[in-house]
Design a protein around this ligand. Sequence first.
Ligand SMILES: Nc1ncnc2c1ncn2[C@@H]1O[C@H](COP(=O)(O)OP(=O)(O)O)[C@@H](O)[C@H]1O
Ligand SMILES: [Mg+2]
Length: 250
Amino acid sequence: MGEAYLFLSGKGGTGKTTLSTSLALALAQRGRRTALVDADVGLRCADLLLGLENEVLYDLSDVMEKRCTLNQALVRCREAQGLSVLSAPQMMQPSEIDKKQLSQVIRTLTEDYDFVLIDCPAGLGRGLKNVWSAAKEAIVIATPDDPSIRAAERLSQLLFEKQGIHPRLILNRADRLLVSVREEQRPARIAAQTDMQLLGVVPDSPDVYRALLVHRTAVQSDSVRVRRAIGRIADRLTGVDRRLPRYCRS
Ligand SMILES: Nc1ncnc2c1ncn2[C@@H]1O[C@H](COP(=O)(O)OP(=O)(O)O)[C@@H](O)[C@H]1O
Ligand SMILES: [Mg+2]
């Protein structure tokens, strides 16, 4: 029986899709059977970052409405054996999703996969409420600026109050130089402020955006520091103890 992880953020554009696709690849490359579920109904894009956009025949709504089996809807990733991707419907609204059926799909996936990563829509609205009972683990992705930190803090409180989930934090787009001149807060401090355990810190790099332009994700980018940071997070998720770089600690 595997574990399902929600990738969430209060504020949009913090890197949920970038990091859920990257970690899905990294976990599969470590030999873990991994399923990535794009739950961003109406705005799917995990297929694009993994270069699978021409291979998606069925999506989550086809599975829920029994137009195909779950197995038929899963797209196998060429880049990593053991990684399968379930896409979100493009022409539906979050309000049209039956959350019980969605939870059932996730539960079925956890029977076959070691890791089920769920790329969620941003915000605290309907999209979040559709998925938040589908997993016991959550990872909040925030960037080191106050609007994103405040939204992460609120999301973390809400997840605990309503679902009893203690989410962990990945701080994305951190800038070591800005931390060293104290313009950006230290990642450990942001984790303490938002009352979340720090799962990892991913540096900001223009190579991540350059990778996106050619339909590749961060762990396939030219930035060695980004690739290493994602690798350390994948290791931590598999139970291997990896230290954070010095600038991230308190
Ligand atoms: N570590 C990073 N460094 C630089 N750009 C990043 C990084 N992570 C994400 N981005 C960029 O931020 C934008 C939003 O990322 P995305 O993963 O789509 O966010 P979300 O899924 O949370 O809306 C994309 O253009 C992506 O390339
Ligand atoms: Mg996204």
